[in-house]
Ligand binder design. Structure first.
Ligand code: ASP
Length: 439
């Protein structure tokens, strides 16, 4: 049986006619690529504006009663240029008129925002000679605005079963009353994942403008090694720390079905990119550490109380104080008579007085210390579980770089070691860790 590929192309891959031609070449070069999900046209250069951003501006001008025709004209021009560059017959003027008519009925902002993907999918389908399938007909949200997986998977499957090749706009679906609703920004990645899952694709290709994930932030480390293979779990850890190439929610639909994701580069289609799967294929050699990522902007609240160890429920009461104040905690390293809670500084600063008061009243600690300006770094790799000496190497590298470690936390799955350092030491730490563990 032949394989099926769902391929999603991001905004920069479809920013103008020459990019769309590249996309068409990629699609046609493998007949297994049967379902294509598209974003709206993205930036053509760093100073350009994404069509989705133009659509949001247009809507807010309209909603305020301001003149919006200039912004709408810009959007029209972007598509007109694409259509003429592709040499296809497609009436952009008529489409824009229809959108403007609809706008006069005061639809939600999501309607207008979704038109970027809608028009791009229609144009791409016409250029490829493929069927256009409107996401509003097959991707559903429930009354609470949550994605309705069961209904959607069935509908996409039923619709696409008999269509050999289709283009589907990303980013949106419809509410039970038929109105349009979008996912959060970057949500075409989610649509691609949904289509891959519903069509039982063998692989979900996510085409963007980089050749996959890098093992460290290229703004800090000079030409970091690309990650060729990564597990879903490792991806989740690294993305959470900011090393993201994919919308966070895009992993779930394919992961459940065991479909691997391949991040690829439209501008360099021969690069293998990054393969994200449940496990690493046999024969692939990887270093114990897959990637390093981190973020600044944390505060640690350290509480000391003698014989805390014997006091039942101390930790629960402590965390409840943060929960009650709607502050999610990131890490919670503990000692025998000490416990620290690491939280985002901006969230903590907004509730600082309340938290300190409640800590004093409810826990009667001996000592509370607040350490600000903390950066948190995650060293991630499933290979660390079975490799001895990894921790020694990590801490040795930081000591050699003269970094004072302020916190250590190891995830219970042993695939990540989290290190807290002063924000001022952040870049130096990443560089040292990369050099010792990956570079
Ligand atoms: N066009 C939408 C955005 O800019 C969705 C996407 O591109 O994935 O967020």
């Amino acid at each position: 049986m032949s394989r099926t590929i769902t391929a999603k192309f991001g905004g920069t891959s479809l920013a103008d006619a020459s990019q769309i031609r590249k996309v068409a070449d990629i699609i046609k070069s493998n007949p297994e690529r049967r379902y294509v999900v598209v974003s709206a046209p993205g930036k053509r250069s760093s100073s350009d504006i994404k069509v989705t951003d133009l659509l949001y501006s247009c809507y807010s001008e309209f909603a305020k009663g301001d003149e919006y025709s200039g912004t709408l004209a810009k959007i029209k021009e972007r598509y007109a240029e694409i259509v003429s560059g592709l040499g296809i017959t497609f009436d952009v003027g008529a489409e824009i008129e229809r959108i403007e008519d609809e706008l006069r009925r005061y639809p939600p902002a999501d309607y207008l925002a979704s038109r970027g993907e809608y028009l791009n999918a229609k144009i791409t389908a016409s250029f490829l000679g493929w069927t256009f399938v409107d996401a509003a007909e097959v991707i559903f949200f429930d009354d609470n605005g949550h994605f309705d997986g069961e209904r959607t998977f069935m509908a996409v499957n039923a619709k696409l079963r008999d269509i050999p090749h289709a283009v589907i706009p990303g980013f949106y679906g419809s509410m039970p009353d038929g109105s349009i609703k979008t996912f959060s920004r970057g949500g075409s990645d989610i649509t691609g994942s949904i289509v891959a899952r519903s069509t039982q694709s063998d692989i979900y290709e996510n085409w963007t403008d980089v050749s996959g994930m890098l093992s460290a932030d290229p703004r800090i480390v000079d030409r970091p090694r690309p990650i060729t293979h990564i597990t879903y779990n490792e991806l989740r850890e690294l993305s959470y720390m900011g090393a993201s190439v994919l919308h966070e929610d895009a992993v779930f639909p394919v992961r459940k079905a065991g479909i691997p994701i391949n991040i690829r580069n439209t501008n360099s289609p021969d690069d293998p990119g990054t393969l994200i799967a449940a496990s690493i294929p046999e024969g692939i050699k990887r270093s114990p550490v897959t990637g390093i990522a981190g973020r600044k902007g944390f505060t640690s609240i350290r509480i000391e109380k003698s014989q805390m160890n014997g006091e039942t429920g101390f930790g629960a009461r402590l965390l409840y104080i943060f929960a009650r104040n709607s502050i999610p905690f990131e890490h919670c390293p503990t000692g025998i008579d000490t416990i620290s809670v690491v939280v985002s500084s901006s969230a903590f600063d907004a509730k600082r007085e309340e938290i300190l008061r409640e800590l004093k009243n409810e826990l009667s600690p001996d000592f509370v210390m607040i350490e600000k300006n903390l950066a948190v770094i995650a060293v991630v790799g499933e290979g660390m579980i079975s490799t001895r000496g990894t921790a020694a190497k990590i801490f040795g590298a930081l000591a050699e770089a003269g970094v004072n470690i302020r916190m250590i936390d190891q995830g219970s799955d042993e695939m990540n070691i989290i290190i807290g350092v002063d924000e001022a030491d952040y870049e130096k730490s990443i560089t040292a860790l990369y050099g010792a563990m990956i570079g």
